[in-house]
Design a protein around this ligand. Structure first.
Ligand SMILES: [Cu+2]
Length: 354
């Protein structure tokens, strides 16, 4: 009997061992590209704190003027713009280039341009009353300086800032390094975040510390008016994030993780480039993030302050960015949703919308 029990025990042990071994026989779906941190990290940016001047002059002319701007489907406002667009034209130069920007003011109020994050000479910093007289209505002022270092920056006025910036007066400023970044990126996108108060009296909008923003935009457009981004499987993707609004935006990526490779234009050391899926971006901050497109699908990259993914209180809207893999067909055949949720809930706490 004892022998029988031992024999049974051995048989059971063999059976359990066999059972443990069997899962390897079942094939599991594999991603099209195996995730590999070494494919993208460490990112070594070509940043040089003291680049040699190139002697090349890059000249821009910006006209500051009101213009109609459709920020969400069917929602058009009178914006304050550089050259009639929100954001204004992207200024894209190389470190060491001389940047010459003439600014013509067609507003009925003063303005200026501040080169946010650059190390410009004092007289070029664009702070009226501190570094220069304001650019008065009808006047033109020319800024000229050497692009001091590579990175992701912004430009915006330093006059009546809440009114001018919250109505669209800002732009992206990208300075490339003279030495290329390693690795090179297959796709590059930018995301300039803005917040708007639409259809409310200013006194109401300002109530509660100016927290009644009701539209939120990526590159001047609230979802679904913003363009989806397209990637291919295996792409190394860089995204430049710029927060021009007066709010914090915790941006959250679905489907894959990313690493922060630069903040405010300064490279993040390789040892500190950590995988993450959510990044809080404060007012006036810029971040460069990188990810590997290794998970085919249609993914959202969105603000996780969920009031900011609504258009005037109705989800989905605002700060939602679609990322579509080329050739991938979603459950709707690849077409993005085109409208808001059918039955918005009534707001019981209007003061909490911000
Ligand atoms: Cu947000």
């Amino acid at each position: 009997m004892v022998k029988l029990i031992l024999t049974f025990g051995i048989m059971l042990a063999v059976a359990v061992t066999a059972a443990c071994a069997t899962p390897t026989a079942t094939p599991q779906p594999q991603p099209a590209v195996a995730p590999s941190a070494s494919d993208i990290l460490p990112v070594k940016l070509g940043y040089n704190p003291k680049p040699a001047p190139t002697g090349i002059v890059r000249a821009y002319e910006l006209v500051v003027r009101p213009a109609p701007w459709e920020l969400a489907p069917g929602v058009t406002v009178q914006a304050v713009t550089y050259d009639g667009t929100v954001p204004g034209p992207t200024i894209h130069v190389k470190e060491g280039d001389t940047l010459r920007v003439s600014v013509k003011n067609l507003l009925s109020q003063d303005t200026s341009i501040h080169w946010h994050g650059l190390h410009v000479p004092y007289a070029m910093d664009g702070v009226p009353g501190v570094t220069q007289p304001p650019i008065k209505p009808g006047e033109t002022f020319t800024y000229e300086f050497v692009a001091s270092h590579a990175g992701t920056f912004m430009y915006h006025p330093h006059v009546n800032s809440v009114e001018q910036i919250d109505n669209g007066l800002y732009g992206l400023l990208v300075i490339d390094p003279q030495q290329p970044d390693v690795p090179a990126f297959g796709r590059e996108f930018s995301m300039v975040l803005g917040a708007w108060t639409v259809g409310m009296e200013q006194a109401v909008a300002m109530d509660g510390m100016n927290m009644n923003y009701n539209y939120f935009t990526i590159n001047g457009k609230a979802y679904p008016a913003n363009e989806p981004w397209t990637v291919r499987t295996g792409d190394k993707v860089r995204v430049r994030l710029v927060n021009m609004s007066n709010l914090v935006h915790p941006m959250h990526l679905h489907g894959q993780d990313f690493k922060v490779i630069a903040k405010d234009g300064e490279p993040v050391p390789a040892a500190n480039q950590q995988w993450m899926n959510t990044l809080a971006i404060n007012s006036g901050e810029t971040y460069d993030i990188a990810f590997i497109a290794d998970n085919p699908g249609i993914w959202v990259f969105h603000c996780h302050e969920l009031h900011h993914t609504e258009n005037n209180g109705v989800e989905p809207g605002g700060l939602i960015q679609l990322i579509k893999y080329e050739g991938f067909q979603g459950y709707q055949g690849g077409a993005p949703p085109t409208g808001p949720s059918p039955t918005p809930m009534p707001r019981s706490m209007p003061g909490m919308r911000h």
